[in-house]
Design a protein around this ligand. Structure first.
Ligand SMILES: *Cc1c(COP(=O)(O)O)cnc(C)c1O
Length: 400
């Protein structure tokens, strides 16, 4: 019987780029897929399911509470909304109109990125801090903690911090300044796993809310994510995402997620209602999170390294190209293929030849400007390694 993609006339790809949204995320462990299939067969109360998710996410992250979102970007929208509305249902109903609310979100200029649109989508205005001199190559400095302190005023709703090994200043210093002024810190850690220790790290360093992608390294559904953080912020996020079409008297939300006694009424469908999460996403994300948190980084990495070793061995020797296995110091080992100027084709030409062939092969283009194509193991099957090696060899040999 043809598989679902064949029936649709859609060609499966060889994904040597790693989990990206445009390439359909990652691959799910059969255990996770089975949990999702089971979830489809019964109905539950979504608030009760999210309350169970909250407890599981709290255990995995060290946060007070948690919530399964429709991706990390949806988590940013919900966290921002929560910081602006607090537990006021009237404010929730007004978003994205922020009249009368704190609506400024501070962010280091060097941390601006395409995903911060999610923060603006909630109705907030981004206020940029600092001059990223080091990024231009002109100097060594970036935004500094005192500049955050200077920018905080009575309209400041939150600080947005985009975590990465290169992020400056340190989160602990930013959190100290923000907390001294009573301002919460939202951390975008969407792609910061592995290492698994990062599940707890950002909360420990002072994040009031942190978001992770479920569809990247965790191995959950492509359209899922995690929001972890302060109980009141998670409650405000839940209220702006859940469907609450019920009379107040009949509303019995689980107190572990929503404390009804703290509310004067039930908000309308909120700003987050359009990033709805299904029961399958919640169950799949939780199954994936349990697997991810229960496996140590070395065990997870071993098959990736074996795959990259096999690829490097199968590519070498290759005329007009240097093949490098990036192992030591790389949480995810990769293979970098650097084309010599004499190769007769650049990295873009190689990437294009790979992705327009059969099967389409996608690799990482982020170093194309230095004539380098990078191959990532996390979304590959072992039997795809020789397919990649053969095609790369054919294309490079034909050009040389
Ligand atoms: C991938 C990513 C996101 C978006 O995550 P989704 O789960 O796809 O919504 C947000 N921020 C950063 C930094 C990312 O890398």
């Amino acid at each position: 019987m043809p598989n679902v993609y064949e029936r649709l006339g859609v060609r499966p790809i060889v994904n040597a780029k790693g989990p990206s949204t445009r390439l359909s995320g990652g691959m799910m462990h059969p255990e996770v897929a089975a949990a999702m299939a089971q979830a489809t067969a019964l109905c539950v109360d979504m608030a009760e399911l999210q309350a169970a998710a909250s407890a599981a996410i709290a255990r995995a992250t060290g946060a007070e509470a948690g919530y399964v979102t429709a991706g990390a970007a949806a988590g940013l929208l919900l966290a921002t909304a929560a910081c602006m509305t607090g537990l006021d249902p009237g404010r929730m109903n007004r978003l994205p109109d922020t009249t009368g609310m704190k609506n400024e979100v501070l962010v280091a200029r060097s941390q601006r990125n395409f995903y911060d649109h999610a923060v603006r989508a909630a109705g907030a205005r981004l206020v940029e801090i600092g001059l990223p001199d080091r990024v231009s190559g002109a100097g060594v400095r970036d935004a500094e903690p005192w500049e955050y302190a200077d920018a905080i005023n009575e309209r400041t709703a939150a600080v947005l911090y985009v975590a990465s090994p290169e992020a400056r200043p340190d989160l602990t210093d930013v959190a100290a300044v923000a907390h001294a002024a009573g301002v919460p810190v939202i951390v975008d850690a969407a792609g910061q796993l592995p290492p698994a220790a990062n599940l707890r790290r950002f909360v420990a360093e002072g994040a009031d809310a942190v978001v992770f992608s479920g569809g990247k390294a965790i191995g959950g559904p492509q359209g899922s994510g995690i929001l972890a953080g302060r109980r009141d912020l998670v409650m405000a996020a839940a209220l702006q995402n859940l469907d609450l079409d019920i009379p107040f008297a009949l509303w019995t939300p689980p107190p572990g997620l929503i404390d009804k006694d703290r509310l004067k009424g039930i908000p309308h469908h909120g700003i987050g209602r359009s990033s709805k999460v299904g029961k399958e996403q919640v169950v799949g994300l939780l199954a994936a999170l349990e697997r991810f948190a229960g496996e140590d980084d070395a065990t997870r990495r071993a098959p990736w390294l074996a795959r990259m070793r096999a690829l490097a061995d199968a590519l070498k020797p290759l005329n007009n190209a240097a093949v490098e296995l990036r192992d030591e110091g790389h949480p995810v080992p990769t293979v970098a293929l650097r084309l010599a100027p004499a190769a007769g084709l650049g990295a873009d030409a190689l990437l294009l030849a790979l992705q327009t062939g059969t099967p389409p092969i996608y690799a990482d283009p982020s170093e194309a400007r230095s004539r380098t194509v990078v191959f990532v193991p996390t979304c590959l099957q072992d039997d795809e390694v020789p397919v990649i090696a053969r095609r790369v060899r054919d294309v490079v040999t034909a050009a040389g």
